[in-house]
Ligand binder design. Structure first.
Ligand code: DGT
Ligand code: CA
Ligand code: CA
Ligand code: ZN
Length: 574
């Protein structure tokens, strides 16, 4: 049982108890425990083993008992009881945005809804307005939530998919010399924000042994299919994996084919056909006579097709094939280009580590600088700072910075953009900081025109340097704010404000196509992690992948600059 598994059961229990009409204190205690377990930097199983469960904040004697039960049996009795009491679709219904447990309970009582689709049909038919707490607007939002859910179900965040892929790849490598190489292809290789299923490719001549070994992987929950050179399984976390076993001479063709995307492949097949060739998942060969042209590596296939090598992140049929044919592919930014991280939190607001700990972890990564950007006072749940605390914190940051060797800690803030577009701290305080990151954390459902006005007004504040997680979306959970992004990007360009590519795996905000739009408008980008702990710093790689999907080059990204040049490039009010 991973921390994630335990947290999921606790969280579901909290929600089900709320549906069940339990006392607020009761379900909250499960929710709190779920959050704590999720955020634990070590395996909860180990904490239990060492009898330290009750050291976790919010975990008392009884909750510790429940956690032990989950760890031991993989189940929790109360959770199972509640699941039996409500329809099987209840957990999915509870995941719908804007539908809390109270409203879900009402739908169950009134209409006996069993699935998300049932909720969708009722909303569609206008049957929900008029219920306590349901207006026309709720109904409309619910319709959208159902559509979003149906599109998203069965998809996984990139870091979860990557983790699952890496573990399985490590398992496959236990076969030693029988397997020459293993790669994750598909959407994961392209760095897509969410992943439907895993596509693993490997070179081996012993198909049988590999298939057997894969089926023996402890995380496999069931076999879905087995073919001549393929085995498909479902893992215990629900993820499907297609493993394909290939010969060396076809590996490049297969890697290309199964990396996709499908529209990219179709484009390439068209090019091949024009040359009298056929491109398949096994080879590039002549149409007449089936004579072998290429297949061993992707590079040689692209070359034969008259194209420069196209990085996986670009393979979305968004102009990359034409650019590759004419030598105009971008030279994409790389992880190694990143010199510092410009959004992170410490224990001063809602982070888990101190200034020094964040700085040392960042220096270890090879960075030259970071900005510490704790929350401002409007975000009370995150213990946001008022003016006085902000300045005191900035002093501590600068002192800590002096003690570092060859590394600079910049004094920053993640200042809230208030409802009307004002920033949450006084200008004279913002003026004293090195890095001012600003973002929206409240009133997220304003009418688009009002939200646009709000952001435009914020951008006019001469102290704002970086607009953070600009669309506010949370992958698989929350839709982006609705507003006129193009107008906001134009304003950023006009005022020299940079936009963030937030690397946190459930944000990736701005997102690839929006980053490309920013670049086309001449708006600079900062790739940051929004770390709330040192363990989040490596998330930068997902931001870099997203930026690469947005065609960004080193010059488009400000935190590829050395510190002094970065500070000059960030908009200064004086
Ligand atoms: P996902 O799994 O939904 O996140 O997205 P992908 O891109 O990994 O899609 P998947 O797993 O269905 O297929 C992997 C790749 O295999 C896909 O990107 C392109 C290739 N592929 C799959 N089906 C077809 C097809 O019918 N035609 C062509 N040309 N390529 C295909
Ligand atoms: Ca896939
Ligand atoms: Ca697949
Ligand atoms: Zn934030």
């Amino acid at each position: 049982m991973t921390n994630q598994d335990v947290a999921r059961i606790l969280r579901e229990t909290a929600q089900l108890l709320e549906v069940d009409g339990a006392q607020i204190g009761r379900y909250r205690s499960y929710e709190k425990a779920a959050q704590q377990v999720e955020a634990l930097p070590e395996p909860v199983a180990q904490v239990a083993e060492e009898d330290r469960l009750e050291d976790i904040p919010g975990v008392g004697e009884r909750m510790a008992e429940h956690i032990r039960e989950i760890l031991k049996t993989g189940k929790y009795k109360k959770h199972q009881q509640l699941l039996r009491k409500y329809p099987p679709g209840i957990l999915e219904i509870l995941k719908l945005q804007n539908l809390g447990p109270k409203k879900a309970a009402l739908l169950w009582k009134k209409f006996k809804v069993k699935t998300v689709a049932d909720v969708g049909r009722l909303a569609e038919a206008g049957k929900l307005r008029g219920l306590a707490g349901f207006g026309e607007k709720t109904e409309q939002n619910l319709r959208k939530a159902v559509a979003a859910f149906q599109q998203m179900t069965g998809r996984f965040l990139q870091h979860r998919a990557e983790e699952a892929a890496n573990k399985l790849i490590a398992h496959i490598h236990k076969l030693g010399k029988k397997v020459e190489r293993v790669d994750a292809a598909g959407s994961l290789r392209r760095g897509k924000e969410t992943i439907g299923d895993l596509d693993l490719l490997l070179i081996s001549t012993d198909v049988e042994a590999v298939a057997k070994h894969v089926l023996g992987y402890p995380e496999v929950a069931e076999k879905i299919a087995q073919g001549e050179n393929k085995v498909s399984v479902r893992l215990r976390n629900g993820m499907q994996v297609d493993v394909r076993i290939l010969e060396k001479k076809s590996y490049g063709a297969a890697l290309m084919y199964f990396t996709g995307s499908k529209p990219h492949n179709i484009e390439l097949r068209g090019l091949a056909k024009d040359k009298g060739w056929k491109l398949s998942e096994y080879t590039l060969e002549t149409i007449k006579g089936g004579k072998w042209v290429a297949g061993r590596t992707e590079e040689e296939i692209y070359r034969k097709l008259g194209l420069d090598y196209i990085e996986p992140e670009l393979r979305e049929n968004a102009g990359e094939v034409e650019a590759a044919a004419t030598g105009r592919l971008p030279k994409l930014v790389t992880l190694g280009d990143i010199r510092g991280d410009l959004q992170m939190h410490t224990t001063e607001s809602d982070g888990k580590n101190s200034i020094e700990e964040m700085a040392r972890a960042a220096q270890k990564r090879g960075y030259e600088y970071i900005a510490i950007t704790d929350h401002s006072k409007a975000v009370t749940v995150a213990n946001g700072m008022d003016e006085k605390r902000t300045l005191a914190h900035a002093r501590r940051i600068r002192e800590a910075s002096k003690k570092m060797d060859g590394f600079r800690i910049l004094a920053g803030i993640e200042v809230d953009i208030l409802k009307k577009g004002q920033l949450d701290l006084a200008d004279e305080v913002l003026a004293q900081l090195d890095v001012v990151v600003a973002s929206v954390h409240s009133y997220m459902n304003l009418e688009p025109a009002e939200m646009t006005e709000r952001l435009l007004r914020a951008i006019e504040n001469p102290h704002l340097m970086i607009l953070a997680h600009p669309t506010g979306r949370l992958l698989l959970r929350r839709e982006p704010y609705r507003y006129d992004l193009e107008a906001v990007l134009d304003a950023c360009r006009k005022h020299g404000v940079a936009v963030e590519c937030n690397s946190f795996p459930d944000r990736l905000d701005l997102h690839d196509v929006d980053l490309r739009a920013a670049k086309e408008r001449g708006v600079k980008v900062v790739i940051s992690t929004d770390s709330h702990s040192t363990v989040h710093l490596p998330f930068i790689k997902y931001g870099v992948k997203t930026a690469r999907r947005g065609w960004l080059e080193k010059d488009d990204v400000l935190n590829t600059l050395p510190c002094d040049r970065l500070l000059k490039a960030l908009r200064r009010s004086s």
